[in-house]
Design a protein around this ligand. Structure first.
Ligand code: AMP
Length: 436
């Protein structure tokens, strides 16, 4: 019968197949290890949130809120969104769950899927996963540096090479408005040469022009005034301290005065994590600018707490793209052993032996031995082929006669040597053999 419809995963989403799970498992393990090592505890928040949580947090006119949110009305009439990123949810939970009363700062990490209606391409999906780190309730620049250092630590523990951080300061509500005006004046005077999007951005958020990837805007961007030169004393000192801490930790970084990041809630430090060697890869600096993808990014977001709680809640955090990390692991040839590596294969012949081997399988598994089988197969030849494919060290063969006599054949797959072992002793014998 022909199926009514050939279903496919929704555009921009994908299945994580068994052969790729080892990479995901490794990333989760490393993130957990790094996070716990720095005193971060795990938090999980719902995939759905009140849509307004994101529009209020990130800003109505950001790309994510304007174009990329999966927003819908529920049957009950609530307007909810699939979270496009983690930070607003974490701050919501911090405020809602009384974490303001806990010893500060509260340090949290998460591993979670994110949803953005973007044009899919290599490394850009509509459902992607982020490892997130957030330090809430402390304004000390040491935490900005520590978050950055943690991102590097995750990459290093995964075996990645050539990681580099790009860093900038976006100032604060005290010093940013004057810079915004200065920047708007600069771009307005050159408006006819700007791309269509930038002309629009100029009206509501001139800062975002610095983030433009269009070729025609690059030269104007390069000569635009720098925010770093207009920082107030507090932001200047904060940024200097972050850089000094990074120097102390020997974290590789480069100043990028054009780094603005996509959300309105950022204050002071912003950073992104890249691969350094991509600078050297083909094409001009401009082409490279447009095509390269960040592995992660984050910064300080002292403005968010006020938006969600009315109180000042200083915080800093980062989100690392898990798909992109895995992409680099593969590209750089990081070797990860398979998750499923059976040591023993259990073959059986005949109905009685099959029944007996079922129990033996349980015993072997229970005693910590990784055992494979193909109980559904009758032919011993087919089972031995499976054993070969599984790459086991030992194959056990339980025939009708052996089952009746209470013994089992044990074959060393390397030497081909075969011996008969009492069923009662087989677990012990195998354990001894595997130890060698
Ligand atoms: P952002 O806060 O948007 O910078 O996202 C943090 C990190 O998540 C980025 O540096 C990427 O590694 C990853 N990321 C963001 N959007 C996507 C996407 N659409 N597909 C895959 N990874 C993404």
């Amino acid at each position: 019968m022909k199926p009514k419809k050939q279903f496919q995963a929704p555009k921009g989403t994908f299945d994580i197949l068994p052969e790729d799970q080892k990479y995901w498992e490794k990333v989760r393990k490393v993130v957990k290890h790094v996070a716990l090592g720095y005193g971060f505890e795990r938090i999980d928040t719902p995939i759905l949130e009140d849509a307004e949580l994101f529009s209020l947090s990130e800003g109505e006119t950001t790309d994510v809120v304007e174009k990329q949110m999966y927003t819908f009305r529920t049957k009950g009439g609530d307007v909810v969104a699939l979270r496009p990123e983690g930070t607003p949810s974490i701050m919501r939970a911090y405020v809602e769950r009384g974490m303001t009363n806990a010893p500060q700062p509260v340090k949290l990490y998460y591993l979670a899927p994110m949803f953005r209606y973007e044009q899919p391409q290599a490394g850009r999906y509509r459902q992607h996963h982020q490892a997130g780190l957030e330090v809430i309730g402390d304004q000390n620049p040491i935490y900005d540096a520590q978050i950055i250092s943690m991102c590097i630590a995750v990459g290093v523990e995964l075996g990645l090479k050539n990681l580099n951080v790009e860093i900038n300061s976006l100032g604060c509500p005290k010093c940013r408005p004057a810079y915004r005006t200065q920047l708007a004046r600069y771009f307005k005077a050159r408006a006819p040469r700007l791309c269509k999007d930038c002309k629009r951005r100029l009206k509501y958020n001139p800062l975002r022009l610095l983030d433009c990837k269009e070729e025609q805007c690059q030269e104007l961007k390069a000569n635009a005034p720098n925010l770093i030169d207009s920082l107030c004393q507090e932001c200047h000192d904060h940024f200097k301290a972050v850089l000094e801490y990074l120097d102390e930790l020997a974290v590789p970084y480069a100043l990028n005065p054009h780094l603005v990041r996509g959300f309105d809630y950022y204050t002071k430090t912003v950073f992104e994590l890249f691969l350094e060697d991509e600078h050297a890869e083909g094409g001009s600096e401009k082409t490279h600018e447009r095509s390269r993808l960040a592995l992660g990014g984050g910064g300080r977001y002292d403005a968010l707490g006020k938006i969600l709680s009315g109180k000042d809640v200083p915080a800093a955090g980062a989100g690392i793209g898990m798909e992109r990390l895995i992409g680099v692991m593969k590209k750089q040839g990081v070797k990860i052993p398979p998750l499923y590596r059976p040591e023993v294969f259990l073959a059986q012949l005949g109905a009685f032996a099959r029944k007996k081997s079922l129990k033996l399988f349980e015993e072997l598994r229970h005693s910590g031995i990784m055992v494979a089988e193909s109980f559904g197969k009758d032919s011993i030849k087919a089972q031995l082929r499976s054993a070969d494919r599984a790459g086991v060290k030992i194959t056990l063969i339980l025939g009708q006669k052996e089952a009746i006599d209470g013994v089992i054949l044990m074959r060393d797959m390397e030497t081909g040597a075969q011996e008969s072992v009492e069923l009662e002793k087989i677990v012990k014998v195998i354990k001894e053999k595997l130890k060698k």
